[in-house]
Each structure stands twice: as C-alpha cells, then as structure tokens.
Design a protein around this ligand. Structure first.
Ligand SMILES: *[C@@H]1O[C@H](CO)[C@@H](O)[C@H](O)[C@H]1NC(C)=O
Ligand SMILES: *[C@@H]1O[C@H](CO)[C@@H](O)[C@H](O)[C@H]1NC(C)=O
Ligand SMILES: *[C@@H]1O[C@H](CO)[C@@H](O)[C@H](O)[C@H]1NC(C)=O
Ligand SMILES: *[C@@H]1O[C@H](CO)[C@@H](O)[C@H](O)[C@H]1NC(C)=O
Ligand SMILES: *[C@@H]1O[C@H](CO)[C@@H](O)[C@H](O)[C@H]1NC(C)=O
Ligand SMILES: *[C@@H]1O[C@H](CO)[C@@H](O)[C@H](O)[C@H]1NC(C)=O
Ligand SMILES: [Fe+2]
Length: 439
C-alpha cells in the first residue's frame, strides 16, 4: 500500500474515530421513594437510559449491608418532544419492613448500582405523630428553599414530604432533560423520605405524561388521585387540573369526583373515622386566595370550588363535597405565596370562636403554600383581601405540619428569605370530626 492509499484508509476511518462509540447508560439515577399505603412497605423508583434489571438491595441500618433484595420491573417512557427521548423507569416495592426501623439501600442491577441511601420505614401505629414538609411550585431554576429542605430532610426532621404540584418548570422542556435534572436535584430529599405528589398545571404538556411516568403514587391512576393513611390522618391527593384541561378528557373530572365521594364515604365509616379522625386533602390550585393575578382562586365562581356549568353535563365543584364529608384541612399551592385562612365555607368565615378560631372550627381550614421557589418568582397580593384571609406572606418558603394526635394538628410556615425563621403557626384542635362537627 503506497502512502496515498494509506492516507485514504485513515480518512475512511475518520468519522468513526471522531464520533466514537455511543456511551452506555446503565447507571441508575433520579432515585426517589414513595409510600404505597400498605403498612411496612416502601416503593423505590429510579431511571436508567438503557434497559437494565430492577433490583433494590437493602438491610437494616447497622446490620449486614444488602442482606435482602427485592425485584421489580421497568417501563419504557418515551417523551413526546422532537427527540423522542427514551428512558426506563424502574419500580421496586419493598414489603415486610419493620415499622420505625432504619434501612440502608441501593438500587440498580449488575450493570450499575446507585449510591447508598437510607430511610426509616413508617411507623404504622395510629398514635404515631408524623411530621411533614409541604410546598408546591418548586423548579429547577431558582429553587430557593431547596438547600434548606435538603438539609432538614437529611437531619431527620420529616417523615414524609408533600409536593403539592408544579415541578421543575417544566419537566417536558429540553426534551425532558429539565425533568431529569429536577429529579436529580430532589434525589437528596426524595431518596430518604417518601415524596408524595399531586399534579399541577406545569405538568400538563403531553397530557401530564412526564408526571404520570416519573412518579409512583398509590392506586391505579398514574399518580393523578389517590389516598393513604398515616398516624391519625387519612390523606387524599387530587388533581385540580381536571377542571382546566378538558381537552384531555372531561370524563377524568367525573371519574375523580366519583372516586373522591367513595373514598370520603369509606373514610367516614364510623370504625374508620374513629381510628383516623383527620381527613386532609392536597390539590394544586386553591379554592380561595387573595393574590392579584386573575387565577381561579381569585374568582368567586372558582371552578375548583364551585364547579363548571359550561360543560355538558355541568361539573360539580369540590367545596360542598369536602364540607359534607367533614374534611378538616385542605392544603393547596399554585399561588407563589403563603396564605392561611380562617375556617371558611361558602365564602364565609366559621371560626370556632372569635378568640380561638381553630379550636373546633365550624368549617374546613385552608392553607396555600406555593412559594418554594421557581423561575416565575413570587406573586403579589391584592391589597384588600376578603374576611377569610388570616395571614399572608410573599417570602419564599415552605410549610411544616405535625399530625400530633386525634385532636391536635400543628402547622407552621418557614421563610427562606428570613433564613429559616418561622413566620406563622397555628394549632388546629378538634374534639369532634365529621359533618356534625360543623354545628
Ligand atoms: C442506550 O441508550 C442510548 C440513549 O438512549 C441509545 O442511543 C442506545 O441505543 C442504547 N443502547 C442499547 C444497547 O440499548
Ligand atoms: C410508633 O409510634 C407510637 C406512638 O408514638 C409509639 O408508641 C411506638 O413505640 C412506635 N413504634 C415503634 C416501632 O417505634
Ligand atoms: C390523558 O391521560 C389520562 C390518564 O392516562 C387518560 O385517561 C386520558 O384518556 C388521556 N387523554 C387523552 C386525550 O389522551
Ligand atoms: C354558572 O354560570 C353563570 C353564567 O356564567 C354564572 O353566573 C354562575 O355563577 C355559574 N354558577 C356556577 C356554580 O358556576
Ligand atoms: C375569626 O377570628 C379572627 C381571629 O380572632 C377574627 O379576627 C375574625 O374577625 C373572626 N371572624 C369572624 C367572622 O368571626
Ligand atoms: C394531643 O396532643 C396535645 C398537644 O400535645 C395534648 O395537649 C392533648 O392532650 C393530646 N390529646 C390526646 C387525646 O392525646
Ligand atoms: Fe401552578
């Protein structure tokens, strides 16, 4: 072979040398936990970009590492963006965990294992007093409260985190790479405590597919609505978005409404309500708020609160339903502010008494906490709130809650702007629960 031929041979190989061989993506990432609702269980979810096995190896903290193993499976999620990016979402349910016991785990397969994480199996006693962090509207960019939440979670301050809709801003963007990066950001929280979610408007693109595929909440609704129990409370998570994105199916609104009514009936059976007297809901868009935007909650005829009569058939709202079944506490987000309300029903205040409004309140208590931090910054308030508005703050921050026992719940709001200062707190005290407690 002459020198000219040799040069051609090298050039012929050049494209291969420059492009190299594509990397293999078998490394687990975006690890997060959720509580399936069965005592003694925990669900581990993670992502790989190539197909691998789905195993969690775990053991009691302080014991022999990884002496137990559980297998699950992976589903292929193809994002609907132009690149049609593919990823495998792995789900493994651990069962038979000892309550209130710390476990160490990693997840993956022999093609790659995650870092080592730990969690404490939830105490399944109804006299357990679980502690929560709660917030909505946390994004990939400007996630102001994230560092504080990461540290507090790792310090063991929370048993469960409630993320009340609006993630990443937005998970589908940049062909779902924003979703990937956000799930990596919250791993430092969500790999240690169950991270319980509901959908918000920022998840709506491609019919909520990033939300439905990435999270693993209880029930069979792709994480859209579900309920679970912890301590003396029954928790209901719902989609307020079924009232707004009718293009994805008006039937979803009715399906959810029927499910809610059934679930509330079940929770109100005397034997159930005796053990778990608190009923706490979480949904993204509030029924009431006093922000100065034109959002649903600023309107008297809020779709979420009063339903819609521009649909066929008309769609029932949630306020009457929740009032009829004696829902105690309603947690919301979406407004990038914090607002606590006096007990309210039908736009009117129903304090327990003038001196102690939250002692035996005669209507549900609403809290809006949607200022964890995102690229849209915080919102502004209307200068003349209605009589139900009790406390407002435009600081970045998040809520904390403890369901102490069958009669007492403690709630507070943390300001991240004020370096973690607690800027508001209440005790909700109820000696009686259910519809009859309103009178
Ligand atoms: C691994 O994943 C990458 C990125 O999705 C893909 O291009 C590649 O074909 C996959 N390889 C195998 C062996 O599946
Ligand atoms: C669960 O919580 C209850 C109430 O605080 C407590 O009495 C019990 O010891 C806890 N269970 C375990 C296994 O720690
Ligand atoms: C949107 O997703 C929900 C949940 O999977 C499904 O029931 C509904 O049919 C979908 N709507 C459309 C228009 O694809
Ligand atoms: C129904 O629609 C009418 C006309 O828009 C409105 O005035 C009324 O308040 C609506 N009722 C409810 C419950 O939304
Ligand atoms: C409810 O209680 C608060 C706090 O005491 C009070 O400021 C407010 O006026 C009360 N509202 C009504 C309608 O009684
Ligand atoms: C519930 O906890 C509160 C606050 O610690 C306490 O004052 C109250 O006595 C407890 N109630 C019951 C029924 O244990
Ligand atoms: Fe929102």
């Amino acid at each position: 072979m002459g020198p000219v031929h040799a040069a051609w041979a090298v050039l012929g190989l050049a494209p291969l040398l420059v492009l190299g061989i594509p990397p293999v993506w078998t490394q687990p990432e975006q690890v997060h936990l959720s509580y399936p609702g069965e005592p003694g269980s925990m669900l581990v979810t993670w992502t790989t970009f190539n197909k691998t096995g789905s195993t969690v190896e775990y053991g009691v903290m302080g014991g022999r590492l990884f002496d137990m193993a559980a297998k699950g499976d992976a589903t292929l999620f193809v994002d609907s963006g132009t690149e049609k990016r593919r990823m495998f979402i792995h789900r493994v349910t651990l069962t038979g965990l000892k309550p209130a016991t710390a476990y160490v785990y990693h997840c993956g397969s022999d093609d790659g294992w995650s870092d080592v994480f730990s969690f404490t199996a939830l105490n399944d006693s109804s006299s357990f007093s679980p502690r929560f962090a709660l917030y909505g509207d946390l994004g990939n960019e400007n996630p102001q409260s994230l560092a504080r939440l990461q540290k507090e979670t790792q310090l063991g301050m929370y048993d469960v985190v409630l993320h009340i809709g609006d993630f990443a801003y937005d998970m589908h963007e940049d062909n779902a790479r924003i979703g990937d990066e956000f799930m990596r950001q919250i791993q430092s929280i969500a790999a240690y405590v169950p991270y319980m979610t509901c959908p918000g408007n920022h998840e709506s693109t491609y019919n909520f597919s990033n939300y439905r595929n990435r999270f693993s909440m209880p029930g069979r609704t792709e994480s859209l609505w579900y309920s679970w129990n912890l301590g003396s409370a029954h928790f209901i998570s719902l989609s307020t978005e079924v009232y707004f994105y009718l293009e994805f199916g008006l039937e979803l609104l009715f399906k959810q409404f029927e499910w809610l009514e059934k679930d509330l009936q079940e929770a109100n059976r005397p034997e159930n309500r005796a053990v778990r007297p608190w009923i706490i809901t979480m949904g993204h868009r509030p029924m009431y708020c006093s922000d100065d935007d034109q959002d649903d909650c600023t309107k008297f005829d809020s779709f979420v609160r009063r339903g819609r009569n521009d649909t066929k058939p008309p769609a029932p709202g949630l306020e009457d339903l929740f009032y009829r079944y004696g829902v105690d506490l309603e947690l919301w987000a979406h407004e990038h502010t914090y607002e606590r309300l006096w007990p309210v029903y039908g736009d009117k205040v129903f304090n327990g008494s003038k001196e102690q409004p939250y002692v035996n309140p005669r209507a549900p208590v609403h809290v809006v906490t949607g200022s964890a931090g995102c690229r849209e910054r915080t919102d502004r308030f209307n200068p003349n709130p209605k009589a139900w508005s009790a406390f407002r703050s435009t600081d970045y921050g998040y809520g904390r809650m403890q369901v102490v026992n069958t009669t007492h719940i403690y709630l507070e709001q943390v300001s991240d702007d004020q370096y973690g200062k607690v800027i508001d707190s209440i005790w909700v005290v109820k000696e009686e629960h259910g519809f009859s407690a309103w009178f």
